[in-house]
Design a protein around this ligand. Structure first.
Ligand code: 3SL
Length: 239
């Protein structure tokens, strides 16, 4: 009997309905930049993050006095405290705070996955720590890529491929889906030069046009933290 658990990859939130309910753990990935910013925030000692999907929901929190980050199409939304740059979350004044966050794709993916048994946040920043933790869980795992407006993107897929490659190499996991196989192969061609590999990628170009090169470099630098943010009662907290 094959006792191995599954590790699979869903390329976009729009395809999640075809995967949901089969996986106990969902890893939500938005390398550029939402889940990287979230990992940076917890590494910096933030207490919790409430991910919301809409600007209206974010505004309601803002009116109640919460600190709120809001990003749409790569830019800070007028009237909010900050956007989605990891550097906005590496600040002394945010230590111990609770913040609300809405982003174009990342918080949408988190909310789509919220009914899974366990939802954790993945990025290149916490890659090794996350892989080691996932290996110990003995659960079926789905990497949910946030993509860009329900379209495929390279950077999330490569990160999902890195997680798949690690878990498959343990011999405790297997995978069936072509999306998972493709993610693994993309990772294997990118792992030694993420910056170069992603040079032509759509979102890297989009962020570069907003002069966000430092954010890109930060988000593509693996293993800067051991934190694993986890969704509990609608809030992200440190595992
Ligand atoms: O889509 C998202 O959630 C964001 O990460 C996009 S951006 O990097 O802030 O443009």
């Amino acid at each position: 009997m094959d006792n191995r658990k599954h590790i699979e990859v869903c390329f976009t939130p729009g395809e999640y309905e075809y995967f949901k309910d089969e996986y106990e753990i969902v890893v939500v990935i938005d390398v550029l930049r939402a889940t990287s910013a979230i990992c940076a925030a917890f590494d910096n000692g933030i207490k919790s993050i409430i991910p919301v999907s809409s600007i209206d929901a974010a505004r309601e929190y803002k009116e109640k006095g919460y600190l709120v980050g809001a990003e749409r199409k790569g830019q800070i939304v007028d009237g909010f405290d900050f956007g989605n740059s990891p550097y906005s979350y590496i600040k002394e004044e945010l230590k111990g705070q609770e913040v609300v966050l809405t982003t174009t794709n990342g918080t949408k993916a988190l909310n789509i996955a919220k009914d899974a048994d366990t939802v954790v946040v993945g990025s290149l920043l916490n890659l090794d720590a996350l892989c080691k933790w996932l290996e110990k869980q003995d659960k079926n795992i789905l990497c949910l890529c946030s993509g860009w407006q329900d379209k495929f993107n390279l950077e999330d897929t490569i990160c999902a491929g890195a997680i798949s490659e690690y878990l498959l190499a343990t011999g405790k996991f297997t995978s069936d889906e072509d999306s998972s196989i493709a993610a693994k192969y993309l990772y294997l061609s990118a792992w030694d030069n993420y910056m170069g590999y992603l040079k032509a990628s759509s979102h890297r170009r989009r962020l570069k046009n907003f002069n966000l090169n430092e954010d890109i470099k930060y988000c593509l630098t693996p293993n800067q933290t051991d934190v694993i943010p986890i969704l509990k009662n609608g809030k992200l907290v440190k595992l």
